[in-house]
Design a protein around this ligand. Structure first.
Ligand code: PMV
Length: 326
C-alpha cells in the first residue's frame, strides 16, 4: 500500500466541509520507550510500540490557509529553508486537489532538528490545522495515523501527557495509531539539557535504516523495547519513579548501543553529552533520583520528581525544567 492509498482510505471517512483557515498547537514529545526501526518504510510502520510524554507548552503552532499560486511556507516568521519547505509540500501533496496550494506558517518554541522532536510536534500541529481547514472532522486516532506518515513520532504528539503508539500488525497500518494513556503524574518533571542546536547530520530515518541493516545488536532491540514498553506502563500505573527512570534510561542507552554497533558507526553524542551522562550517574550514586533519556541527537532530557528540582537545578544550572501537565 502507498501513503496516497492510505490517505485516500482515511479521507473517505471525512465528514465536514472545508473552511478558510486552520490553526493548531501540538506539543513536542519525548519517548521513554523509543521507536527505532520501521517494519514498513512507505507507511512509517514501526517495528516496536513506543511510549512518550509530551512537553506541555513546548511544541509547534501552525496556521494554514489556501494560497492562490504556489505553496508558501514560513518557519518561525521567515520563509522556510528549502529542505523543510520541500518536505512539507510533499506531505501536502497527499491532500491537495489539483491546482490547490497552501500557505503554512509554523512556529516552534523548541530548537528544530536537534533531537528535541520538533518534527513530531510539527506534523501533529499540521494535521490538526489541516483537519480544521479541510473540515475532515477526524478523531485523534485518525489524525495520529496521518501525522505518522509525516514523521513516526508525530503520531504521539496529538496528545498531552503520556501517549502510546501501537506498532500494530496489519500491512495497511490501520492498527498503528497513538492514543493517550490518560494518566497524570503531577510531580513528574522533564529537564532539557541542550548540548547543541546544530542540525543533525544523519536524520532518524537514515539512522534507523543503517542500524537495522548493519548492526548485529539490532536483533535484540525489538525484544527489549517490548519489555520496556510493558515495564513503563506498569511504572506509570503504580507511580513507581525509580522503575520509570531506570527503564527509560536503559531503553535510550540500548537504542544508542545498536547505533554504535552499526556500520559506518552512528554516534549522535558529543563529548559534553557523555560528561552530562556521567554527572547524572554520579548524582544518582549520591542519592538523587535522577535519570535521563536521549533521542537521535546530543541533548539530554532529565527525568526527576518535583521534590528534587532544587537539587537538579543546583547540579545543572542551565537546565530548562518542563512541567508536562501545564
Ligand atoms: O519520528 P522520527 O522519524 O523523527 O523518529 C524518532 C526517533 C526517536 O526520536 C529517536 C525515537 C522516538 O520514539 O521519538
Amino acid at each position: 500500500m502507498t501513503r496516497q492509498e492510505l490517505v485516500n482510505v482515511l479521507l473517505k471517512r471525512a465528514s465536514g466541509k472545508p473552511g478558510t483557515r486552520g490553526e493548531a498547537f501540538a506539543p513536542a514529545n519525548i519517548a521513554l520507550c523509543k521507536y527505532w526501526g520501521k517494519r514498513d518504510a512507505e507507511l512509517n510502520l514501526p517495528v516496536n510500540s513506543s511510549l512518550s510524554i509530551s512537553l506541555g507548552k513546548l511544541g509547534t503552532k501552525t496556521v494554514i490557509k489556501f494560497s492562490k499560486t504556489a505553496d508558501k511556507i514560513f518557519l518561525n516568521g521567515k520563509p522556510a529553508p528549502k529542505a523543510f519547505a520541500a518536505r512539507l509540500s510533499a506531505y501536502l501533496d497527499l491532500f491537495r486537489n489539483e491546482g490547490q496550494f497552501f500557505e503554512v506558517r509554523t512556529k516552534n518554541n523548541i530548537p528544530t532538528a536537534a533531537g528535541l522532536a520538533s518534527s513530531a510536534s510539527g506534523f501533529a500541529a499540521l494535521v490538526k490545522a489541516l483537519d480544521q481547514l479541510l473540515g475532515w472532522g477526524f478523531n485523534p486516532r485518525e489524525l495520529s495515523m496521518l501525522a505518522r506518515i509525516g514523521s513516526g513520532s508525530a503520531s504521539r504528539s496529538l496528545y498531552e501527557g503520556f501517549a502510546v503508539w501501537h506498532a500494530g500488525q496489519r500491512a495497511d497500518g490501520m492498527d498503528s495509531y497513538a492514543e493517550a494513556l490518560n494518566r497524570e503524574w503531577p510531580s513528574l518533571r522533564i529537564g532539557i539539557l541542550e548540548v547543541s542546536k546544530a542540525r543533525k547530520k544523519t536524520g532518524s530515518t537514515e539512522g534507523m535504516n543503517r542500524t537495522s541493516e548493519t548492526s548485529e545488536l539490532y536483533e535484540s532491540w525489538p525484544k527489549q523495547a517490548e519489555c520496556d514498553f510493558d515495564e513503563l506502563r506498569t511504572a506509570i500505573a503504580a507511580e513507581d519513579f525509580p522503575m520509570l527512570g531506570k527503564t527509560a534510561e536503559n531503553n535510550a542507552l540500548a537504542m544508542h548501543s545498536t547505533m554504535l554497533a552499526a556500520w559506518p558507526p552512528l554516534c549522535y553524542w558529543k563529548p559534553q553529552s557523555i560528561a552530562l551522562m556521567q554527572k547524572v550517574w554520579a548524582a544518582r550514586e549520591a542519592g538523587i533520583e535522577l535519570y535521563f533519556t536521549m533521542d537521535a541527537g546530543p541533548n539530554l532530557k532529565l527525568l526527576f520528581l518535583k521534590e528534587d528540582q532544587a537539587a537538579v537545578k543546583a547540579l545543572f544550572p542551565k537546565v530548562q525544567v518542563v512541567n508536562p501537565w501545564i
